[in-house]
Design a protein around this ligand. Structure first.
Ligand SMILES: *[C@@H]1O[C@H](CO)[C@@H](O)[C@H](O)[C@H]1NC(C)=O
Ligand SMILES: *[C@@H]1O[C@H](CO)[C@@H](O)[C@H](O)[C@H]1NC(C)=O
Ligand SMILES: *[C@@H]1O[C@H](CO)[C@@H](O)[C@H](O)[C@H]1NC(C)=O
Ligand SMILES: *[C@@H]1O[C@H](CO)[C@@H](O)[C@H](O)[C@H]1NC(C)=O
Ligand SMILES: *[C@@H]1O[C@H](CO)[C@@H](O)[C@H](O)[C@H]1NC(C)=O
Ligand SMILES: *[C@@H]1O[C@H](CO)[C@@H](O)[C@H](O)[C@H]1NC(C)=O
Ligand SMILES: *[C@@H]1O[C@H](CO)[C@@H](O)[C@H](O)[C@H]1NC(C)=O
Ligand SMILES: *[C@@H]1O[C@H](CO)[C@@H](O)[C@H](O)[C@H]1NC(C)=O
Length: 904
């Protein structure tokens, strides 16, 4: 739980999590305090009515034994103070807005049928043993899977073509309406039709019927699907809606709930993670995508994936990908192409291109060194080509200097289709004619040569048999996807739990946009794991094999190597979890092992002794041998650094493992235990926070299982928690510091701000090198000297740029009205007033291709909304280090700013 006591939450500023201004989820006790009220909600509303200074609005009510409470919208911060003091209030949480479900990439396909019907030749199914499970007749029948996502295009022929009882998509609802953005008021209706495509893709991974043009099928295509639509056509999704959807799915009897979305959080006790975890405790399997932030490095899980009982799913690259092809009239292999789309999601792809052979007309054989000036002089096409190209497939070679108006010029001549080759891969056609880009330039040269030597060559774009599977680039197929988020959770739980295929996945898509798309993301891996769970549940129902789905899938997964090199180390389990799911293994072992994860913690809290229990569920005695397989050790920090960046180093630094006995013979129906002692590796630099992981292998003649373990061979609480470098600002300012709004750079000394211009009053800017469960930002008197254990910083760069303040000054996030008295007591520093307080913050991260995630607090008002009086102050930043005690001043990192004065 996020907080046990009613938390007073007021506005402050933080960049990381986005929250709904004035929106809160109030957790209520189960029974009203007074007998006058039928339920606790009524009592709460009446009390709030009496107390609220402004107005409030009920967003939704939760009446469930797993979560009782209300989501409300308040007008003023004062109401919040009232709210927290009402009877029955257990906790108050801001409504977090999660980004809408989205893949890392997507590509829409034409419909095609290249595959033999009847057998399951789908590559991701072969990688995970699902093909053999299907062949054995297990396809998810009788299992109910709830998909919480953007809705489902249930009219898709491969998804049943209808909605409601009797259809594949048998139930569910739309909790928000198409216009919901996460920030406006949801307008629910009964119809969970998808307008985004994401939920439809997810649904196909679980449930697409076989026998379609693409030759794919869902992992559990006979399962029943419930569609809970929580996202509109654009924007994000509020926690309040997701929690409602989880409760409804649970009430509707879902065996499995799958959620392909989330935000960086990493704490197993965020409200969403906790609610999901409570439902999972009831025996419902919950899968959630690990997140697509792998490039930010370890210790960066998403919520709800971080929930204790939630199965967090990482993504493995498919070994093939589906691409379209057309044929030439001269002998040649099928020519692979992608559609040049504009905007990013195209209309019916090439749906307008005839299936008749089209004569080729080759133009512009630009040499690679074709000069830009010449190109721009052309401003169009050569004179000698026909005005009407509607009967031709126009083959066009590009050049590095493709800035001439060629693509626009071509639009005036209406080509039947334009075939581009030797262009930059990022080429987009913004004009309304069908255009494709060839994957292999040699195919373009072949077409151009044939045209130029007088061959009467034609091309044919098949509408129904053009999809081919081609191997993905050798260096990534079958490996972890670079975007797949890394764990462990901030409390060193085993996250992710396991991995599934998620990169380059072909599945169903909005029917009106062609019906098929290739997408990549942990969003795609997550439903694969949900479908796998359905197969295990169905098999369990048949054989009565006990054990939780999570432990069965974890102990039978297969190891994912870190690279394609010979003798490559297995990827860290903080990335792959226990490995790639293998459903065939999962349903064919006659052994259960528990626990299914060994949590070693860090060296300050190391758990060295574990007991593994082996249960023989078969009909013959089995002798099990115990051994150890280490994965690569991830050095979370580079030597001498305090901020985690994406390029964490993988080294061989295994833990030491010893067993109380190396083999054990277990009679059928019995179980036996073996003690395992695990000690940290020697010779590694503990300051780099080495993440150690691997598996205890338990093997008999017929079964091979593994128990994953994970820990940190260093102490998180010894690591610096406040960032003191410019790593998080990508080489710009060195954090932390005070940044005057009108200067846009961190101050390098004391500074006065005039009362006349409060808009220029400063912002405290900081980054977290480590996750922290308590961050206090206070104003203190300038005369007070406080010992800082992180230094004053100066800006290294001379250039002063203005930043777009409105865009990065962030949304409201929780902060308490005043510091807990325990902290104030142990602190020797008298505080003028609290500026902000944050609990359970994730560490800051940087992404190679996007922004950073640092924190800001505007120094204008106290946390309670009262304006700061004129005077001379300093800002005191205190960050509780991981596993620290909030009552111990020594467990905080402390930073004191330069003097700031507010003068007339
Ligand atoms: C499973 O799905 C297939 C394909 O849609 C269908 O033909 C078959 O009848 C289903 N079987 C059951 C048991 O629902
Ligand atoms: C395809 O045809 C439809 C109607 O027949 C038209 O609206 C659309 O613009 C055409 N698309 C392309 C890419 O030519
Ligand atoms: C013309 O070029 C095509 C493609 O390179 C080739 O297959 C064909 O043999 C050539 N024909 C002649 C007559 O040179
Ligand atoms: C070229 O091929 C097309 C399509 O096969 C055919 O209609 C046409 O007569 C051919 N032209 C010549 C000059 O051979
Ligand atoms: C899909 O496969 C292609 C080709 O191998 C590869 O370049 C690309 O990175 C993959 N895409 C994703 C998002 O995994
Ligand atoms: C590791 O130890 C800390 C401190 O006792 C605790 O808060 C945390 O939950 C532990 N994590 C695990 C996975 O046991
Ligand atoms: C800020 O104002 C105070 C009071 O007027 C003055 O003592 C102090 O020197 C000023 N500081 C700076 C940096 O100008
Ligand atoms: C708000 O907090 C400040 C600083 O702690 C305090 O001086 C002020 O009285 C508070 N205002 C209200 C309305 O409680």
């Amino acid at each position: 739980m996020r907080s046990l006591l009613p938390a007073l939450l007021l506005t402050s500023s933080v960049l990381a999590a986005k929250t709904l201004p004035g929106g809160y989820i109030v957790e209520l006790s189960s029974a009203p305090a007074s007998k006058r009220f039928a339920d606790v909600h009524e009592e709460f509303i009446e009390a709030l009515d009496r107390r609220a200074a402004g107005h409030f609005r009920t967003r939704r009510k939760y009446k469930n034994r797993l979560f009782n409470g209300m989501a409300i919208q308040l007008d003023t911060p004062q109401d919040l103070a009232d709210l927290a003091s009402l009877p029955n209030v257990i906790a108050v949480h801001p409504i977090v807005i999660h980004p809408g479900p989205a893949p890392v990439s997507q590509r829409v396909l034409t419909d095609s049928s290249a595959f033999a019907a009847g057998t399951d030749g789908e590559n991701t199914h072969i990688m995970t043993g699902v093909d053999k499970v299907h062949a054995s007749g297990i396809t998810g029948a009788g299992i109910k899977i709830a998909i919480i996502d953007s809705g489902i295009d249930y009219m898709h022929p491969s998804l049943g073509g209808g909605f409601g009882p009797g259809f594949k998509v048998a139930g569910g609802t739309d909790l928000v309406g198409d216009s919901y953005t996460g920030e406006n008021t949801p307008v629910p209706d009964a119809d969970p039709m998808d307008c985004v495509g994401h939920g439809t893709h997810v649904a196909g991974i679980i449930g697409a019927n076989p026998g379609n043009d693409l030759g794919i099928s869902g992992v559990a295509y006979n399962a029943t699907i419930l569609a809970y639509k929580v996202g509109g056509c654009n924007g994000g999704i509020g926690d309040d809606v997701i929690i409602d959807a989880i409760m409804r799915a649970h009430d509707a009897g879902a065996d499995i709930i799958t959620m392909s979305f989330g935000s960086i959080d990493g704490w197993s006790n965020s409200l969403l993670s906790v609610v999901a975890s409570r439902v999972a405790e009831q025996g419902v399997v919950i899968t959630a995508s690990a997140g697509n932030d792998g490039e930010a490095g370890p210790l960066y899980m998403s919520t709800p994936a971080a929930g204790e009982n939630v199965i967090a799913v990482g993504s493995v690259e498919n070994t093939v990908r589906t691409v379209q092809s057309f044929k030439a009239s001269e002998p040649h292999d099928p020519i692979l192409y992608r559609i040049l789309s504009y905007p990013a999601v195209p209309g019916p792809p090439l749906g307008n291109v005839t299936e008749e052979p089209l004569p080729v007309l080759s133009i512009y054989p630009f040499p690679p060194d074709y000069p830009t000036e010449k190109c721009s002089q052309l401003q169009g096409l050569p004179d000698d080509i026909p005005d009407d190209l509607s009967g031709y497939a126009v083959v066009v070679r590009g050049t590095a200097n493709m800035d001439c108006a060629l693509m626009e010029a071509l639009a005036l001549k209406h080509p039947a289709v334009a075939i581009f080759y030797d262009f930059p891969a990022a080429l987009q056609n913004e004009n309304n004619y069908p255009a494709v880009l060839l994957y292999n330039d040699s195919d373009g040269f072949f077409l151009a040569d044939a045209f130029n030597n007088g061959t009467n060559i034609t091309v044919t774009f098949p509408q129904h048999d053009g999809a081919v599977d081609v191997p993905v680039a050798d260096d990534i197929g079958g490996l972890m996807s670079s975007y797949s988020s890394m764990g462990p959770s901030n409390d060193l739980m085993f996250k992710p739990a396991l991995s599934a295929p998620g990169g380059n996945i072909t599945s169903t898509y909005l029917t009106e946009l062609g019906g098929w798309a290739v997408m990549s993301g942990t969003s795609m891996a997550c439903p694969f794991a949900a479908g796998s769970a359905a197969l295990v549940l169905q098999a369990q129902g048949q054989t009565k094999l006990p054990g939780s789905v999570r432990s069965i899938l974890q102990t039978t997964a297969t190891s994912v190597p870190a690279s394609k090199a010979d003798n490559a180390l297995p990827a860290s389990l903080s990335w792959q979890g226990s490995g790639l799911v293998n459903v065939w293994n999962a349903i064919n072992v006659n052994t259960l092992i528990s626990p299914s994860e060994l949590l070693l913690n860090d060296t300050a809290h190391w758990n060295d002794k574990h007991t593994i229990t082996v249960q023989n569920a078969g009909i013959v005695a089995q002798t099990y041998a115990f051994s150890h397989q280490a994965a690569g050790t991830t050095l979370a920090l580079a030597a001498g650094q305090h901020d985690i960046v994406g390029s964490a180093q993988l080294v061989s630094a295994p833990v030491h493992v010893s067993f109380s006995q190396s083999t054990v013979t277990v009679a059928p129906g019995s179980s036996s235990s073996v003690d395992v002692t695990i000690t940290p590796p020697e010779g590694v630099d503990a300051d780099t926070l080495p993440i150690v992981s691997g598996w205890i292998i338990v093997k008999s003649d017929s079964d091979s299982l593994k128990v994953p373990y994970l820990g940190v061979a260093g102490s998180l609480s010894d690591a610096q928690a406040i960032s003191t470098s410019n790593v998080l600002t990508k080489g710009r300012d060195i954090l932390p510091g005070i940044i005057p709004v009108d200067e846009g750079r961190i101050s390098t000394g004391p500074k006065n701000y005039t009362a006349k211009d409060p808009s220029s009053w400063p912002v405290m800017w900081f980054g977290l090198s480590m996750p922290s469960r308590l961050v206090l930002v206070d104003l203190i008197d300038a005369a007070i000297d406080v010992t800082s254990n992180v230094p004053h910083t100066t800006s290294r760069s001379a250039a002063v740029e203005k930043r777009a303040w409105s865009s990065w000054l962030p949304a409201t996030v929780k902060s308490k009205l005043s510091a807990p008295s325990s902290v104030a007591d142990s602190a020797t520093v008298p505080i003028v007033g609290a500026l902000a307080e944050f609990d359970w913050l994730p560490r800051s991260g940087i992404y190679p291709n996007s922004g950073d995630a640092t924190y800001t607090v505007h120094v204008v008002n106290f946390a309670n909304g009262t304006k700061i009086p004129l005077g001379q102050y300093k800002v005191l930043l205190r960050v509780l280090r991981p596993f620290g005690n909030p009552d111990e001043e020594d467990d905080f990192d402390v930073y004191v700013s330069y003097q700031i004065g507010f003068v007339p």
